[in-house]
Design a protein. Structure first.
Length: 313
């Protein structure tokens, strides 16, 4: 199968028939073998009934219905597990992503051997103050911390090799950072394509200001887990050592000063309390590192590694 098109959705019953017809036209025009996996993330409108009607006319359209709203990451993760296409394309259901971009994205993955191709909505039709400006800060922070030079991490229109989506787990709000997850898994050929961003035709946006706060928190989380998930002591031990020896050095200085120089009482100096605090913090960081190592070493996937090729085995 050439393509798996993954569409997570929440309360998009108005846009689905038009989107499905557009995708079908593009697939027929390019003679692609395909499947479209629509994931209803606990919609409260008639989205599921619309999906059932679409499938009745074309069995290439498939559906997954969540019992309640779990979020976009959960929807993508379930669809990725089910996807069978050589190339997996993700897009939003609100008609702001154009299915006409699909052939070019597919060709970049297959012909230019990209692991991921991410869309870049260079010209946007969103509210400048509430979406564009915060997105610029968010994308700049993501580029700086991950080293991945993408302009638009959160663009829903992306193309993946099938083995990429089978090798990652998307959870929480990590759908923004799928390129980062893929990079930590060893897929480093990540490309970008300018794509059309269309004005919203139906409904209203489902995202608010809180997504930017959550986005920065998730960025810190994924950066830490990617670098230190299998070796937490390297992080906690380093900072614990620095904190403890800083405190110990100050404490030693105060002892020497009291008995050999000015005779000032140790507890009468603010540095004494800073030294004690630093040693306590250093000890706690060390303990956190030991606990992290115990958890990591007893995790079921502690020796789970992605192997690209084997020979003679």
């Amino acid at each position: 199968m050439d393509l798996s098109i993954v569409i997570p959705l929440y309360n998009e019953d108005e846009s689905l028939p038009e989107l499905a017809a557009w995708i079908e036209r593009v697939m027929l025009a390019n003679n692609f073998s395909y499947e479209v996996i629509m994931v209803d993330d606990g919609s409260t409108d008639n989205s599921w009934a619309v999906i059932e009607g679409i499938r009745a006319k074309n069995d290439a359209f498939k559906g997954i219905k969540f019992q309640r709203n779990y979020g976009k990451s959960a929807a993508l993760n379930e669809a990725f597990r089910a996807a069978k296409g050589e190339v997996v394309i993700t897009m939003d259901a609100d008609m702001q992503d154009s299915p006409d971009e699909i052939p070019a994205l597919r060709n970049m993955v297959l012909n230019e051997n990209f692991d991921i191709v991410s869309g870049w909505k260079k010209i946007r039709y969103d509210n400048t103050f509430t979406k564009n400006i915060p997105s610029k800060f968010f994308n700049a922070a993501a580029r700086a911390s991950s080293g991945i030079k993408l302009h638009d991490f959160n663009c829903g229109l992306k193309a993946y090799k099938n083995k990429v989506v089978k090798s990652i787990e998307v959870y929480g709000e990590m759908h923004r950072y799928i390129p980062v997850l893929a990079k930590w898994s060893g897929f480093k050929k990540i490309g970008e394509k300018v794509v059309e961003h269309r004005p919203r035709k139906y409904g209203v946006t489902k995202f608010g200001w809180e997504r930017f706060v959550n986005g920065f928190l998730d960025l810190g989380s994924i950066t830490f887990v990617g670098k230190f998930g299998k070796r937490p002591m390297h992080f906690f031990g380093l900072w614990g050592t620095l904190a403890f020896f800083t405190g110990f050095t100050i404490f030693t200085y105060l002892v020497i000063s009291k008995f050999f120089f000015d005779g000032t009482g140790m507890t009468q100096r603010p540095l004494f309390f800073f030294a004690i605090l630093a040693m306590i913090m250093g000890t706690q960081l060390f303990l956190a590192g030991f606990l992290g190592e115990l958890i990591a070493r007893n995790a079921p996937d502690k020796n789970s590694y992605l192997i690209e090729q084997k020979m003679g085995l």
